[in-house]
Structures are given as C-alpha cells and as structure tokens.
Design a protein around this ligand. Structure first.
Ligand SMILES: *Cc1c(COP(=O)(O)O)cnc(C)c1O
Length: 357
C-alpha cells in the first residue's frame, strides 16, 4: 500500500519531530521553466530514487496535473510502488527488464528502456510491446553501443523513445557535450523511433539543440542547480527539526561524540531531532547552520545518528519543542561538504514527515 505522501506502507500515528516542507508550486514552476528552455520538446520528469527523496508519487501527481506526460524511474520495484498511473501518463523504467522482472514488466503499463542486446532479446521473446531504447554515445554507462544499435538488432521493435545520456552536461564548455550531441543526432537518423530524448536537467540548460522531442530533467525540478544559467529554478525542499533538549554549558565544556567541539563562552546548546540516519551526513556538520526566527544557530560537534547539536546562545527565547529551520541551500552545502546536490536530496530519509503546500 502507498500512503498519500508516497512513502511508508504503514501510516503515521504520531507526528514526526523532523519535517520536509515541500513547495508544490515551486516544483511545477521549475518544470514549466525547464520546459520553456527547449520549446520544441516535451518536458518529462525523472522521479527515480523516490522522486529524489521528496516522494515519487506526490511529485508525479503534481507534475501530471500541470501537464507532464513522461516520467522515469530506475527499477520495476519503483514503478510498482508508484501505484496507478494518472490518466494519459507514460512511465519508462530506465534499467530495463531483468529476467526476474519480466512477469511484472509485461503486465505493467510502464515501458522498459532496453539497454543491452540481452534485454532486447528478452523483451522480444517475452512478446513485449512498445519499448524505449538507450544508446550509449560516449558515457560508457548504460546502453547499446552505436554499433549494436545499428546492427539490425532493433529491426521491427516498436520503439517509442530513443535515448542517450550526457556525461558532462553540467560543464557547458566540455567538448564531450558537442561530441555526444553529434553522435546522437547521427544515430537518431538511422533508427526508427517515435521520439528522441537526450537531455537531463543540465542538458536542458545547454540549449534548444539538446531538446530533441523529449527532455528528462530530475535534479532541477527539485530545486537543484544543475549548471550555470539556472536563474529560473526555485528551491522546493525545506528541512526542519524539533528541539528535544536545551542545556547551558560553561566555557571549556565539550559537546558530542569525540568531544570535538569545545565552548569558548557560556553556551546554550540545542539538541535537535535529526542525524546522519536522516541524510544529514557527518560531512554537513562543519558547514551546518540552523535558524529560529532571526537567530542563527551554527551546528556544533559531530553529527550523531539521530541527533544534532546547535549553538543556540543567540536564540535565547527558544524552548523545547521549538522548530529549527536548517539551511539546506543545495549548491552552498554541496560546495562546503563535497557531497553532490543529488546526494543531499536522495539521502533524505524516511523519518521526515513530508508536508506539501
Ligand atoms: C537520472 C537520470 C536523468 C535525470 O538527471 P538529472 O541530472 O537529475 O536531471 C535523466 N536521464 C537518465 C537516463 C537518468 O538516469
């Protein structure tokens, strides 16, 4: 069973002490802005990894209502967890069908993306219908080689979308972009498919030449800054956690595992209900910052599994149960921590209550 927020099978009976506030209007605005970058192409949405941590079902519902018709997940398990697809919506499963997926894949309305000669054979033998095909144009990750794809292997298949994936689109000047564009345009002319699709978020930002018939943004929908020229992208995710305990410590006392942080002055310490098991990884500690109203609360000490300490000296009105809004500025945190914006989103755990507005 899938709950309205698209996550746990069992509904919550108590409120959670940590929250993701998700801005549905910003999600839709990001999608529309991306769609307008490649005017000739339909704009789809990558909702794998549970909608990059936001909740795939909730994302799909909102974008489908806004007019998005093409969604992408990685696995058949993800496809199944989405539940019933909204009317008129197509879903593609990027990793294609393993033998163990075939029963589900043949019965499911989603299309497989065929990536290997073996997957093509498997889909034919199984009597599968419409499919998508991924061709590798230089990334050397998933997909048929150009030679395989043009060898006759695909003859007679009902290909809906021919795809390839860009390796370096987040670096607009990288020579790989133009090389892959050329290779894809070349092969797209030799393989019969109803539509062609090359660009992820950063690919969309490379310009209309990269749009073809369909784009596949993920990160930028969710407020990620995929590449330069993202002026129209608004944040979607806000992270907050409730204070569980406050304590006053003297100068010279330490906080947390390893006693890595020592107070230089009498300090008010707030212990909040979030930790690395929620995706707030230890690498985020040193640059971590929270806020209560106008007061800034730097993260102090080591991040625990379930708890995080803040210097709350400047938030002297705050009590137990108060909510701390964490600074979750994706590009800033990524730069400071060495984590990617993708990791910052997809790591957001199950203990958050996801609240859409
Ligand atoms: C994840 C993925 C996307 C979306 O990429 P973003 O960088 O998040 O926009 C598009 N296409 C494929 C094949 C993917 O695996």
């Amino acid at each position: 069973m899938v709950t309205p927020d698209g996550r746990a099978a069992i509904g919550r009976r108590v409120s959670a002490p940590l929250r993701l506030d998700l801005d549905g209007a910003a999600l839709v605005a990001n999608w529309r802005w991306l769609a307008a970058r490649t005017p000739g192409a339909a704009c789809g949405a990558a909702i794998k990894a549970d909608g990059y941590g936001l909740g795939a079902r909730a994302v799909m519902t909102r974008l489908a209502a806004a007019g998005c018709r093409d969604f992408f997940v990685a696995t058949w398990d993800e496809a199944e967890r989405l539940g019933t697809l909204p009317k008129g919506v197509a879903l593609s499963v990027l990793h294609g069908p393993r033998e163990a997926d075939m029963a589900v894949a043949l019965a499911h309305p989603a299309r497989p993306v065929l990536n290997t000669a073996e997957q093509v054979r498997r889909w034919r033998v199984g009597g599968g219908g419409a499919c998508d095909v991924m061709v590798d144009t230089g990334m050397n990750r998933l997909g048929l080689s150009v030679a395989e794809a043009t060898s006759g292997l695909l003859d007679g298949l009902g290909i809906e979308t021919l795809m390839s994936h860009l390796a370096c689109a987040d670096e607009p000047e990288h020579p790989m972009n133009a090389r892959q564009l050329g290779a894809f345009a070349g092969i797209a002319g030799r393989i019969g498919a109803r539509r062609r699709s090359l660009a992820n978020s950063a690919g969309v930002l490379l310009g209309p030449d990269y749009g073809f018939d369909l784009t596949r943004p993920g990160l930028a929908l969710y407020g990620g800054i995929a590449a330069p020229g993202s002026a129209g992208i608004a944040p979607v995710v806000s992270v907050s956690a409730q204070i569980l305990q406050l304590r006053e410590i003297a100068a010279g006392e330490s906080v947390g595992y390893g006693a890595t942080w020592t107070a230089k002055r009498p300090t008010r310490v707030a212990i909040a209900n979030i930790g690395y098991a929620d995706g707030f990884l230890r690498a985020l500690g040193p640059s971590g910052m929270g806020r209560i109203a106008d007061a800034a609360l730097p993260v102090i000490g080591r991040v625990s599994m379930d708890l995080l300490a803040f210097d709350a000296t400047d938030a002297d009105g705050a009590g137990e149960g108060e909510w701390i809004a964490l600074d979750y500025d994706l590009p800033r945190l990524a730069k400071a921590s060495g984590l990617s914006q993708y990791e910052l989103l997809t790591g957001l755990g199950d203990r958050f209550e996801r609240r859409w507005r």
